[in-house]
Write a protein that binds this ligand. Structure first.
Ligand code: HPA
Ligand code: ZN
Length: 330
């Protein structure tokens, strides 16, 4: 409890969080009932029991199925507000939220509905709790680059209306077989438009994907990136450039990227001088929110208070807050 209180008290940012991954079974059933959506599971417990993942894809199948209950603006608002309340309770001062518009537009939900619901919750959290947040629109990499371009075209008319929130572009979903180079042109376009860029790389995919995310997509941060350790030259580059990695310990454990938390390379990466951060990824599916990720990693890896402080400080440094915003938190 002392450890948890210490972690909660650290001013920090969450930088790797998929809002669709915050849908708890209770809310999935509540929204299914509200919207008359049929679910493949008889009860919340039956759904929870299905959360026994063997790899990324086995998770993604359930994650996309769970998102099918999101229909109205109010649904997106309720989901986001529940997450923001939880992040605030965990001591987050700032959060950068990824969302997957294609998961919703493919079901006939307007992208306006998604933006409006998320934004109203984010503005409420800012006003009520002083919790700042922004949006990372993420493309699904198992779909085509043309589909990503189409999604960008649907979202761009909303850019001005949500200029205070939508500032970045991300890339998620099934990594292996969907390398960064598949999205070179759409990332070039987003860069030209002035968006900040991130991409998942080196979670299940090889270190080459991390290098290509940097060289071909020109991302400023790598989501996960834990497999970078397999390439010493890449490691030196990440240290030299201070490229942040948004690491998600409980996610890596649940998706079997590591067999045991004690084997996670988070502490080694940190001690070698990388700008690593701790995040929750999809907390409703992986068994813990932000403070749980710090606490579980600290216990398994014997992270010292000073190292926990460094992780929190890294999260502010690696955030897309402006210099002024960072200073007010550090
Ligand atoms: N990796 C790839 N895609 C995802 C993830 C992840 O950890 N979470 C949600 N979509
Ligand atoms: Zn992720």
């Amino acid at each position: 409890q002392a450890l948890r209180d210490f972690v909660t008290g650290l001013p920090k940012a969450e930088l790797h969080l998929h809002i669709e991954g915050t849908l708890e079974p209770e809310m999935i059933f509540e929204l299914a009932q509200r919207n008359g959506v049929k679910l493949a599971y008889a009860s919340e417990q039956a759904l929870r029991d299905a959360y026994a993942f063997t790899d990324l894809q086995s998770f993604l199948d359930l994650y996309y199925a769970g998102a099918s209950v999101l229909i109205t603006e109010r649904d997106f608002h309720d989901m986001a507000l529940a997450y923001l309340r939880r992040a605030h309770a965990d001591g987050a001062r700032h959060v950068e939220i990824m969302f997957d518009p294609q998961t919703h537009t493919a079901r006939g939900i307007d992208i306006e509905t998604v933006f409006a619901g998320l934004a109203s919750a984010m503005r409420m959290a800012r006003d009520q709790w002083g919790l700042s947040s922004c949006l990372i629109l993420s493309f699904l990499r198992h779909l085509s680059e043309a589909d990503a371009f189409e999604t960008l075209a649907q979202a761009l008319p909303l850019r001005e209306q949500y200029a205070d929130l939508w500032i970045a572009i991300g890339l998620d979903s099934a990594e292996r077989g969907n390398p960064p180079e598949k999205f070179t042109r759409v990332y070039a376009k987003c860069r030209e438009l002035g968006f900040r860029l991130v991409a998942h790389a080196g979670e299940e995919g090889p270190p080459e994907y991390v290098r290509d995310a940097l060289d071909l997509l020109h991302v400023q941060r790598i989501d996960h990136g834990v497999r970078s350790e397999e390439d010493p030259e890449l490691m030196q580059r990440l240290i030299r450039q201070r490229t942040p990695l948004t690491v998600c310990p409980l996610s890596n454990l649940k998706l079997r990227v590591v067999d045991q938390m004690a084997q996670h390379n988070l502490a080694r990466l940190l001690r070698q001088g990388l700008c690593v951060t701790v995040n929750s990824d999809d907390p409703a599916y992986f068994g813990g929110y932000l403070a749980d990720n710090y606490t579980e990693a600290a216990k398994a890896l014997s992270l010292q208070p000073q190292e926990l402080g460094m992780l929190a400080r890294n999260s502010i440094e690696a955030s897309f807050l402006t210099a002024n915003g960072k200073m007010s938190l550090m």
